[in-house]
Write a protein that binds this ligand. Structure first.
Ligand SMILES: [Cu+2]
Length: 157
């Protein structure tokens, strides 16, 4: 006999006892599970970060910010490319730029062409990250400054 059948038998007994107990039987069980699921998703830590690549003109490629902060959990990056070149926003583990041994890409936007925008959702644990444009040497060198630090703090609940 299965566990489920056993439960039904118990519920059957409850049903004959009183209606109120019967109503709680099984249904109460389901509700408890639903509540647990709701609780797990009821306090989503969600951060939306806006990043822009301004027109670089004759200057270096860059983002409009070198520092981003988020809360552990779902992090959405909204990226607008106002430059005349294609760019992206990638996130790597590590506290210093970029592609150091052990660093890994944990997500980010696709590469978008000039004058367009996009967004990407990542799930990040608390810690220090770097964000960068991964194209060519956009993140480093004389013509590239497209990099910065992303600090993700632990969620409150
Ligand atoms: Cu770029």
């Amino acid at each position: 006999m299965t566990v489920r059948a056993g439960r039904s038998a118990v519920c059957g007994l409850a049903l004959t006892a009183t209606l109120s107990v019967a109503a709680g039987c099984g249904e109460a069980e389901r509700t408890a599970v639903q509540e647990a699921e709701l609780e797990a998703t009821a306090t989503p830590q969600e951060t939306t970060l806006s990043v822009t690549a301004p027109k670089s003109g004759s200057g270096a490629y860059r983002f409009n910010t070198r520092r981003l902060h988020a809360v552990a959990g779902r992090v959405t990056i909204r990226f607008r490319n106002d430059d005349t070149f294609a760019h992206n926003v990638r996130v790597q583990t590590g506290s210093s730029c970029c592609y150091r041994p052990g660093h890994k890409d944990v997500g980010g936007t696709e590469t978008i062409s000039a004058g367009t925008k996009t967004e990407a959702a990542l799930t990040l644990e608390a810690g220090r990250y770097v964000f960068l444009c991964s194209i060519g040497s956009h993140y480093d060198g004389d013509t590239g400054r497209m990099r910065g630090r992303l600090t993700v703090r632990a969620s409150q609940g």
